[in-house]
Design a protein around this ligand. Structure first.
Ligand code: TXA
Ligand code: MG
Length: 314
C-alpha cells in the first residue's frame, strides 16, 4: 500500500522514517514530484530504478538541503560556485566530479565519474531533506518514459502500490524539470533545458552556455527517444488541427485545452504536464499542439514537446 502523507510535522517524520529504513517516498519539488530514496543505500537506489522501470544506465540526481553535504559529494569549481550562488535553491542541476569518498551508492551515477546534484527550493522538499539528514536520490516520480507528475494524484496514478508513500505538497510551481548544466573543462554546457533559462544562465556567465545534444554517451536525459509522452500520438507546431485531434493551444486560439491564453511561457510550462495528464485521463488518442515560441522557458517546453512527439519504442 502507498501511504498519502500530508506535509505536517507528523507526515514529514513518517516520510523521513520510511526513507531511513530504505523506503521510497515521492516528494514535491518546485519542478516536478521526485521519487526519493536514500542516495547512500544501494537497495533503496535499486528500488527506485525498479519502481520506475528505468534502465539502470540512466543516472539519478542527488537532492541536498545542506550546503556542506555538496562539498562532500562533488568538487565545486569556481564556475559552478557562481551558478550555485545565483540559482540555488532552485530548478538547476549541476553535473560535477564525484568525490571518491562521497556518501552515494555507485548505482546513483550508473558508474559515471560525475554526479548530478540539486538543491530544491520547495519548502516541503527542504523540510524532508533536513528531517532525513542526508542526500536523496530522486528521479521524476513517473513510470519511465511517461509524463512527469506535477500533483500527488499524478504520482498515485503512475506508481501506487510500487512505492511506500507520497508526500502531498500540492501542485508544482515550475511544472518542468530542472535545467541540467555540466562542464567541459571550466565551460558550462547545457545538458537539458529546464526551469532556469539559457538567458538566466547567460546573465550570470556573461555568455549563453553551449548545448550538448545526444552524443551516444549518457549526457542528456531522455536521449531523444520518446520521453515525457502522453498515451496519445502527439503532433507539434500545428496551427490547423485535423478532425478527431484534441487541440492543445497556446495564446488566443480556439482549442480544447490552452497552455496559456495570454501567451505566458511560465504559465505554459506549469500547465504542460498537467494538461498531458488530463489528456491521458480523457483518453485522447490524437493530440495536436500549437507552436510555442522558442525562447526563455519556451525552449524547455519545446524540448519536452519534441520528445512527446518522437516515435515510440514498442
Ligand atoms: O527537476 C528535476 O530535475 C526532477 C526533480 C525531481 O528534481 N528530477 C528529474 O530527474 O528530472 P530525472 O531522473 O527524471 O532526470 C535527471 C536526468 C537523467 O535523465 C540523467 O540522464 C541526467 O539527469 N543525469 C543524472 N546524472 C547525470 C550525470 N552524472 N551526467 C549526466 N547526466 C546525468
Ligand atoms: Mg524524468
Amino acid at each position: 500500500m502507498t501511504e498519502l502523507l500530508k506535509p505536517t510535522d507528523d507526515g514529514l517524520d513518517r516520510a523521513a522514517a520510511l526513507l531511513r529504513s530504505g523506503g521510497l517516498v515521492a516528494m514535491p519539488t518546485e519542478t516536478v514530484y521526485g521519487l526519493a530514496g536514500d542516495a547512500a543505500d544501494d537497495r533503496a537506489v535499486a528500488a527506485i530504478y525498479a519502481a520506475k522501470g528505468r534502465p539502470s544506465f540512466n543516472p539519478l540526481i542527488v537532492h541536498v538541503a545542506d550546503p556542506d553535504l555538496v562539498g562532500r559529494l562533488v568538487r565545486v569549481s569556481a564556475e559552478a560556485a557562481a551558478l550555485i550562488e545565483a540559482f540555488w535553491p532552485g530548478p538547476l542541476t549541476l553535473v560535477l566530479p564525484l568525490r571518491e569518498a562521497a556518501p552515494v551508492s555507485p548505482l546513483v551515477t550508473a558508474g559515471l565519474p560525475t554526479l548530478a546534484v540539486r538543491m530544491p527550493a520547495h519548502p516541503v522538499a527542504r523540510s524532508l531533506l533536513t528531517a532525513f539528514g542526508g542526500g536523496l536520490a530522486a528521479p521524476s516520480a513517473n513510470p519511465s518514459g511517461r509524463v512527469s507528475p506535477v500533483t500527488a494524484a499524478h504520482v498515485m496514478a503512475g506508481l501506487a502500490g510500487r512505492i511506500d508513500a507520497v508526500l502531498d505538497g500540492g501542485e508544482c510551481g515550475v511544472g518542468l524539470e530542472s535545467t541540467i548544466v555540466g562542464f567541459d573543462g571550466d565551460a558550462p554546457v547545457i545538458l537539458r533545458d529546464g526551469g532556469v533559462t539559457a538567458e538566466d544562465l547567460a546573465s550570470v556567465m556573461g555568455e549563453t552556455p553551449r548545448r550538448r545534444g545526444a552524443t551516444g554517451r549518457i549526457d542528456a536525459p531522455g536521449q531523444l527517444a520518446s520521453h515525457y509522452a502522453p498515451s496519445g500520438q502527439v503532433r507539434i507546431g500545428v496551427t490547423a488541427p485535423e478532425p478527431g485531434e484534441t487541440y492543445l493551444g497556446f495564446g488566443p486560439v480556439t482549442c480544447d485545452l490552452n497552455l496559456s491564453e495570454t501567451g505566458d511561457l511560465a504559465e505554459a510550462a506549469a500547465n504542460l504536464f498537467r494538461h498531458f495528464h488530463t489528456l491521458d485521463a480523457q483518453g485522447s488518442e490524437r493530440i495536436a499542439v500549437a507552436p510555442v515560441p522558442d525562447h526563455g522557458l519556451g525552449r524547455a517546453i519545446n524540448d519536452r514537446l519534441r520528445r512527446a512527439a518522437a516515435p515510440r519504442q514498442a
